[in-house]
Design a protein around this ligand. Structure first.
Ligand code: TNX
Length: 760
């Protein structure tokens, strides 16, 4: 009963909000969209005498029926009784139906006289109740027939409580929201370099020492030099609290996947037990974000420690999966450690990657011997995958493809679509985030089953998950802002049928859904009325296209930098610019409320609007508004690389050919901008070459620059030229290459980010 009380304030709010704004058209706006839904005429009106009916055969649904009664109480104030016989009318009947395919499926038959909820288990009935919560408004439910079942069995959300700690109340609130959106797995990231958050009775120093750090980085990792706030920070869950959360999640049909990181991301436990490391050095819990070089040493003592820890963890968490991390584990200390080198020799391993694989296999053998399965991040593929492991594909989808093709289960959670710690808007007013750019429509457009997979391999994709890493998320308010509404998009892509997915329809349902969430006290982001701009070269001009996601509202703009009003020119189609301009625009809703203001200066130079051709395409994640973004007269953000301007190349060079046009232009200099964000593996180019040609075939090199350096996030380079007439210009900025050991992203390919190439 206790958890229902926790829910109470949310429901009071929810009901109040619903009463003040009954939205008729919003009646069927359910997220995630049910598999099949047929609206019917009429309404079922809730009355004080409405009965919840549980016939004898449906006794196993009692708990969920009582939960439903508590939901009704909170949203309507009515105290409905659960009875075993129907009244003459106005019944809400729970029935078990063995014929329904799947534990999570349900049928809802809702007419003016009764509501029938059919499922083959309590789980299905629970999801029917979540649908009813969304249908309810103003004391009534609109009549409808629904047949619903999820598309994927694994529908997950992750939360990192190591970088910032979230207490039991915040975690329960998070689980509530997962359940409300029909997600069924909560991946609880409990340990990392910056904090150990779970009480382990046998090793008290893990929390006495490992759960607290002396300070936290101020601002962003890319702001140099690093500064720290000097404030002790931390916290942990006692085992009693963990049990409470596990039981709470179970009552919401959410399975918790606990994560204990190894062999890397281990500086916090090593601060508590330095003897488990390779150096023996007395460390502190890390105050910086990123990947620490300090990792567990694969000695017997370490395995004994980890087995003890996992034994306590498995006693607390009843789910099938234990996540053992496995990501981003630098190999430098293993390379320099005599014991590790001897172990590699003794075990006949090829290198440190095989040593990591040896580490994970040993842990897997132990976890399997206890009747559980491991999940690991996709690095566990390197050096050979443990036999029964499930892989979480995060650095893209190739790890997932490889694992599924070799018969392993996978959960897709690529940084391209599922990282909710990344920016969701490129507006300069967005609160600080780690980087990246994953707007709502990007999440919504994610397809968890890679096209490369065929036949049986497709069934190994259990589903998808979104991750919330919390380096830059210290509060519940910011947590809400980062996950909502992107969590709603995730919920739909893992629950609803793929062929029903339609972003415009989703956006339309989202508006009333956001009101529901606000009514529950959730601090959602709302970018539905933000302007999305596409600014691209078009035959020597620059074309500016504007749009908003909301289905209503009109866009007004000015070209001279003055503030737009509903009286300013109405945007009716793309604007064509042939000289510099300062565009300001805003959406105005039917009720006169403005959306977020947008403005952009577009400054022409000699190559603005010209045709550009790239030898290597930018990575799908970072292709700006198109390749023309580097010649559109707009500078990429000084703070963030994930906007519509910067182009990002994953390991590749930037190689461009620009056609300056018939009347060869006289040029004196080329001006470059590069982004530097080593924390996100973004490095400056190794060198730049400029070549020219009169026919686009034969090129002559006219300038080279080596040694590109700079302290800021955006590094500008000017290459002066002897004034010359140029028809074709070729520009090559060489990628930094593989990242050296000891630097962030070591061993991976560096990213190269390029924006406006200004030609004067
Ligand atoms: C990578 S995803 C990490 C985390 C960071 C995250 C930030 C993964 C397995 N490792 O340690 O918090 O990027 O986006």
């Amino acid at each position: 009963m206790r958890f229902f009380l926790c829910f109470l304030p949310l429901f009071i709010c929810f009901s109040a909000c619903q009463k003040t704004s009954p939205q008729q058209q919003a009646a069927y706006d359910i997220i995630p969209l049910p598999a099949s839904m047929t609206p019917q005429p009429g309404h079922f009106v809730l009355e004080p005498g409405t009965r919840i009916v549980l016939e004898k055969e449906a006794e196993s649904l009692r708990e969920v029926a009582l939960y439903f009664a508590s939901v009704i109480h909170e949203i309507s104030g009515f105290e409905l009784k659960v009875k075993d016989k129907a009244a003459k009318k106005n019944n809400i009947i729970f029935q078990l139906d063995e014929k329904i395919a799947g534990d999570e499926a349900y049928h809802l038959s809702l007419s003016a006289s009764q509501i029938i909820i059919q499922s083959r288990s309590a789980r299905g009935a629970f999801y029917a109740i979540q649908t009813l919560r969304q249908l309810y408004a103003d004391q009534q439910f609109p009549a409808v027939e629904i047949e619903d079942a999820p598309r994927f069995p694994y529908r997950g959300m992750h939360l990192d409580v190591a970088r910032h700690f979230f207490d039991v109340a915040a975690v329960k609130r998070y689980i509530d929201q997962l359940a409300f959106h029909k997600l069924n797995h909560f991946h609880w990231h409990l340990t990392d370099d910056q904090g150990w958050r779970i009480e382990i009775k046998k090793y008290p120093k893990l929390t006495e020492i490992g759960a607290f750090r002396k300070g936290t980085l101020i601002g962003h990792y890319n702001d140099q030099p690093h500064q720290f706030d000097g404030k002790r920070y931390g916290g942990f869950y006692t085992q009693e609290e963990i049990k409470e959360v596990v039981a709470y999640a179970a009552s919401r049909f959410v399975t918790i996947v606990p994560e204990i990181e190894m062999p890397g991301h281990a500086q916090a436990p090593l601060a508590a037990y330095p003897e488990l490391g390779c150096t023996g050095e007395q460390l502190e819990v890390w105050q910086l974000w990123g990947v620490s070089e300090n990792v567990y040493c694969p000695k017997e003592e370490t395995f004994a420690f980890l087995e003890d820890v996992l034994t306590e963890v498995m006693a607390l968490f009843p789910g099938k999966y234990i996540h053992i991390g496995g990501d981003e584990s630098p190999k430098t200390q293993w390379e320099q450690n005599a014991f590790c080198q001897e172990l590699i020799r003794r075990e006949g391993l090829k290198d440190e990657h095989e040593l990591q694989s040896y580490f994970i296999r040993r842990i897997e053998r132990f976890v399997n011997s206890q009747g559980r399965r491991i999940i690991g991040w996709d690095e566990i593929l390197e050096g050979g995958l443990a036999p029964n492991a499930t892989v979480m594909s995060w650095r893209g989808i190739s790890g997932g493809i490889e694992a599924a093709q070799s018969g392993h289960d996978v959960i897709m959670t690529p940084t391209s679509h599922c990282y909710l710690d990344y920016y969701q808007s490129d507006h300069p007013d967005e609160p600080l985030a780690i980087g990246g750019f994953i707007p709502l429509e990007k999440v919504y457009g994610y397809e968890p089953i890679p096209a490369e997979l065929e036949g049986a391999a497709r069934a190994h994709v259990l589903g998808a998950q979104a991750n919330l890493w919390t380096e830059y998320i210290p509060t519940v308010e910011k947590l809400d802002y980062m996950i909502f509404p992107r969590l709603c998009a995730l919920a739909e892509l893992v629950w609803s049928p793929a062929d029903k997915r339609d972003f415009d329809h989703f956006a339309q349902r989202l508006s009333p859904h956001l009101d529901r969430l606000k009514g529950m006290g959730i601090h959602c982001a709302n970018h539905l009325y933000d302007l999305n701009a596409a600014i691209q070269p078009q035959a020597g001009k620059v074309e500016v296209k504007l749009n908003i996601h909301a289905k209503e509202g009109s866009i007004h703009y000015t070209r001279d930098g003055s503030e737009p009003t509903p009286q300013s020119p109405l945007y009716e189609g793309p604007l064509q610019l042939d000289s510099s301009a300062y565009i300001r625009a805003q959406a105005f809703r039917a009720d006169g409320k403005p959306g977020r203001a947008w403005e952009q200066k577009i400054v022409f130079h000699k190559a603005t609007g010209k045709h550009i051709q790239l030898t290597h395409q930018p990575h799908d994640k970072y292709k700006g508004g198109g390749n023309g973004s580097v010649l559109n007269g707009v500078l990429g953000s000084d703070e963030r690389y994930g906007d519509a301007e910067w182009l990002g190349f994953d390991g590749n060079d930037f190689e461009a050919m620009i056609d300056m046009g018939q009347d060869a232009a006289l040029i004196k200099a080329v001006h470059f901008r590069f982004f530097k964000g080593e924390g996100q593996w973004i490095y400056l180019p190794a060198e730049i070459h400029i070549l020219t040609s009169s026919d686009g075939k034969e090129f002559k090199e006219i300038a080279v620059q080596e040694e590109i350096s700079g302290e800021n996030k955006v590094v500008e380079v000017t290459m002066p030229l002897h004034e010359l007439a140029v028809r074709y210009l070729k520009i090559i900025a060489k990628n930094h290459g593989t990242i050296a050991p000891g630097r962030q992203g070591a061993g991976n390919k560096a990213w190269l980010f390029v924006d406006e190439l200004r030609v004067y």
